[in-house]
Design a protein around this ligand. Structure first.
Ligand code: ADP
Ligand code: MG
Length: 613
């Protein structure tokens, strides 16, 4: 052992019990929403059927939860904040037959270690209640008058753990996480009467209900509720059943925050489940948009592995495909039935898997099924939007737009490397492709993909001094109050991209100026999409957040500003575009990864005409 080590080791000190508890607390409690979840679960474990929750400043200031459960007696009240104090099991053997949420006896101890907790509690037959305070590891119990049940107040979360407090997000973000947790609980227990007050205002009042569909009407706004429909399915042979509510084909949102999966009444996050849900929509909602859904899956517990880490909501299935297929089929059938009823005609969303070798007219690609085969689905999230569909036209055929055709990609060849114009623009084909004659053959350039790449790189390199223009008619963006609050702190990010956005009214933003290229582009979609990203990225660190938003924004702007398939281009416009493309980095693919060009080699042409072998 060298000297340095001895010196180092000599510094080891035992932490005080309270300090150790503060550190351990971080594992169970990362953010206010975790506290809310633990306290809600305790209330349910106590048999409450009515729970009222109060949140202030995203839970950082205050979390208060009042239940009408069984309450605690003097002894329990004294013990409940002690580590490993639980009334729910006595030995580890009982874990397998557990019917309660809690069993570790960790939550209250952890919460009390990092906040100031006061609790009022009374059992039904007790003459009077008790008031318990837990501050800095000291527990005090005294008699107090209170109704039956338990009323816990958690003040100043992480006041004594500055390192943790620093990582808490703004009020809106933490509030949103709490709302998600409360909604998941409301879905899991439709019979529960649940109320939520946020900063003094009642956000939810959800009396007991029978179904999840009724719950969506309580939790989501009226226009969403109109578009929700029930689903139900059972595979008794596989020990699975599911029920819930999903939005119909005419409704979607810009992020996944309206998707809830419960497995055996526990809220879980599992990407396979949400992908299966989206697949069930078979492209009837645009790519990059998400349905709203609350789906409860009941499954033989032997077939799942719940990560029992106190914070995690992950789950692994023994047979994920069975469940995913069931979700996908159930969703598809429900949508088909819904649309068929609407238009009084049978429709089928079913699409056979894509076949590449088909006559040109019948060729069909399914972006959704394609995307799901790709590990990193994020690359497909920013795909250009297919045209919005209407019910009347019942055109559920997939759009070929976002599909990357594998065979094409393989044969896609780089455009000639020389900067000299060793090519001739022949003309435009199908108002979409620029035909180029080169020595090696005929080169087809996708005008939208190519222009998109050019603009994307321009927006990147001229960052900060993108030429902008003051709009003669400023654009109003309609959004919810919540959306407005989400985007407001990030308006400078948009400004850096030449988009000047300001709050206008409670539910409106105004765009006064944009980059020149975007002057005619309607930006409502893009802004709502960006709000969706901001929401989804709330968990990443600042640097990553900025980088991701910048990249996504650039790609969206490029997509919006680029010429579209179907735009007629003059010869000089095409020549201009080709000239720009030549000097653009990464020019062989668009920002979404589609190829910009495809070479039909002279050699192949000659072989086809049997001029060569
Ligand atoms: P666990 O839930 O794992 O047992 P907790 O730290 O969450 O551990 O709670 C400790 C104990 O405090 C519980 O076992 C229960 O006896 C009691 N308790 C906590 N919250 C309530 C409540 N709302 N109503 C009645 N008893 C409660
Ligand atoms: Mg508990």
């Amino acid at each position: 052992m060298n000297l340095l080590m001895v010196e180092y080791m000599a510094k080891i000190k035992q932490l005080s019990a309270h300090e150790a508890q503060k550190i351990a607390a971080g594992q169970a409690v990362e953010r206010p929403a975790n506290v809310v979840k633990e306290l809600l679960e305790n209330a349910l474990d106590a048999g409450a059927d009515s729970i009222c929750l109060y949140i202030e400043d995203g839970g950082k200031q205050l979390i208060r939860i009042v239940d009408n459960g069984c309450g605690m007696d003097q002894e329990d009240a004294q013990l409940c904040f002690a580590k490993h104090a639980t009334s729910k099991i006595e030995s580890v053997d009982e874990l397998t037959s557990l019917t309660t949420f809690g069993f570790r006896g960790e939550a209250l101890a952890s919460i009390a270690a990092v906040s100031k907790v006061t609790l009022l509690t009374k059992q039904a037959d007790a003459v009077e209640g008790l008031k318990v305070t837990a501050h800095e590891g000291a527990i005090n119990v005294e008699p107090a008058g209170c109704p039956q049940g338990t009323d816990i107040v958690v003040h100043n979360l992480f006041y004594n753990v500055p390192a943790r407090a620093k990582f808490l997000k703004k009020r809106e973000t933490e509030t949103r996480h709490i709302i998600q947790a409360v909604q998941s609980m409301a879905f899991a227990y439709p019979h529960l009467h649940l109320q939520l007050y946020v900063d003094g205002k009642q956000l939810f009042n959800c009396p007991s209900q029978e179904t999840m569909l009724q719950r969506t009407a309580q939790l989501w706004d009226a226009s969403t509720a109109k578009h929700m429909m029930p689903i139900e399915a059972t595979r008794s042979d596989k020990g699975i059943s599911l029920c819930g509510a999903i939005s119909n084909h005419q409704w979607f949102r810009y992020d996944r925050s309206g998707i809830f999966f419960l497995v055996n009444n526990r809220w879980v996050s599992n990407i396979g489940l949400s992908r299966a849900l989206v697949k069930g929509y078979n492209n009837v909602i645009p790519s990059g948009r998400y349905p709203m859904a609350a789906i409860s899956i009941m499954i033989n517990p032997a077939l799942i592995d719940v990560n029992t880490h106190p914070r995690k909501q992950e789950i692994t299935f023994a047979h994920p495909r069975t469940i995913e297929q069931l979700i996908q089929d159930t969703v598809r059938k429900a949508l088909e039935a819904h649309v068929s009823k609407q238009i009084k005609k049978d429709v089928s969303f079913y699409q056979p898997s894509p076949t590449v070798y088909q006559s040109a007219e019948s060729i069909s690609f399914t972006p959704a099924s394609f995307a799901s085969d790709v590990k990193d689905i994020t690359a497909f999230e920013d795909m250009p939007l297919p045209e919005p569909r209407t019910v009347q036209s019942v055109s559920f055929a997939p759009t070929a737009e976002p599909a990357v055709i594998a065979s094409q990609q393989e044969t896609a060849m780089p455009i000639i490397e020389t900067p000299q114009e060793l090519y001739t623009v022949i003309g435009q084909f199908a108002k979409t492709y620029i035909l180029i004659e080169q020595e090696e053959g005929l080169y087809l350039v996708d005008q939208h993909a190519a222009h998109e790449r050019i603009l994307y790189e321009q927006f990147a390199s001229r960052f900060e001094d993108i030429p902008t223009i003051n709009l003669m008619f400023p654009q109003l963006i309609n959004c919810s109050q919540d959306d407005r609050a989400i985007i407001e702190p990030h308006l400078d990010l948009f400004l850096q991209h030449g988009i000047s956005i300001e709050p206008f009214s409670k539910e409106q933003l105004i765009i006064q100026s944009t980059p020149v290229h975007l002057k005619n582009a309607p930006l409502q979609e893009m802004i709502l999409t960006a709000i969706g990203w901001i929401k989804e990225l709330s968990h990443v660190d600042k640097e990553q957040f900025h980088k991701t938003i910048h990249d996504k924004l650039r790609a969206q702007m490029a997509c919006k500003a680029a010429v579209k398939a179907g735009d007629v281009l003059s010869l000089s416009q095409m020549q201009e575009l080709m000239k720009d493309l030549h000097t653009t980095p990464n020019r062989f693919s668009c920002p979404h990864g589609r190829p910009t060009g495809w070479m039909l080699s002279l050699h192949d042409i000659e072989k086809t005409f049997r001029r060569k072998t």
